[in-house]
Design a binder for this molecule. Structure first.
Ligand code: DX5
Ligand code: ZN
Length: 215
């Protein structure tokens, strides 16, 4: 069954504790979108928020670093107890393997993320190294965008290549995931779907998570 990672980007920041407790109770993973206004055209939140979330998180935390120099924050994330951390291939380039190793040394699961305009083949060298791949299904930077359907072919190609090599890696998808596309997302081979608006924009977020899971 597909797992759901609600993104707190769409949460109620005036009552964040309520939304974190909801993810603890009903979600699989807490997705933390960190944006620096340089790699992506928006700024979200940093450690002033993550440190607080960490105090009450019982579900695993998944940091999605949409920042240049993601490696500057690995150690601090590890100290906060974040279990999964993805950085963008666009930010890491030739240092991608080095960053994966650094995350592993800190005891974190390492993810490599790419935007929709980057060929998915750019991820192939890290099969067998990264624990997961984050395939963006919208351009990183904002919640509430429309799902890009070509992402499904990219996921299927990546999944096939992982299997062809007999490797193990999870595939996470991020952006525009809703009830209307989540079954196709699951079918394409996604293990973990991020959902912001579909969860926190719903009248009953707990029911929305359940419906996305398909259970
Ligand atoms: C976009 C973020 C996403 C975003 C998803 O840059 O990485 O995690 O919050 O939000 P929705 O589900 O609203 O597209
Ligand atoms: Zn994200």
């Amino acid at each position: 069954m597909i797992q759901i990672a609600p993104s707190i980007l769409a949460a109620d920041f005036l009552h964040l504790e309520k939304d974190i407790q909801l993810i603890n109770r009903c979600g699989d993973v807490i997705h933390l979108d960190v944006m620096d206004g340089t790699l992506v055209p928006n700024i979200s939140f940093g450690f002033s928020v993550i440190d607080q979330v960490a105090k009450i998180a019982t579900a695993p935390m998944d940091a999605h670093l949409m920042v240049v120099h993601p490696e500057r924050w690995f150690e601090k994330l590890a100290k906060d107890g974040v279990q999964m951390c993805s950085f963008h291939w666009e930010a890491a380039g030739r240092l991608t393997s080095t960053f994966i190793e650094r995350l592993h040394k800190l005891g974190l699961k390492a993810g490599v993320a790419i935007n929709p305009d980057i060929p998915v083949t750019k991820l192939y060298p890290y099969i067998g190294k990264a624990d997961y791949f984050l395939v963006m299904s919208v351009f990183a930077g904002f919640g509430g965008q429309k799902f890009i359907y070509e992402s499904l072919d990219r996921v299927a190609a990546l999944k096939a290549e992982i299997e062809r090599r007999g490797a193990k890696a999870l595939i996470e998808i991020d952006g525009g995931v809703y009830g209307e596309n989540v079954r196709a997302v699951e079918e394409a081979g996604v293990d973990l779907a991020v959902a912001g608006s579909a969860v926190f924009g719903a009248p009953d977020p707990a029911a929305a998570i359940k419906a996305l899971r398909g259970a």
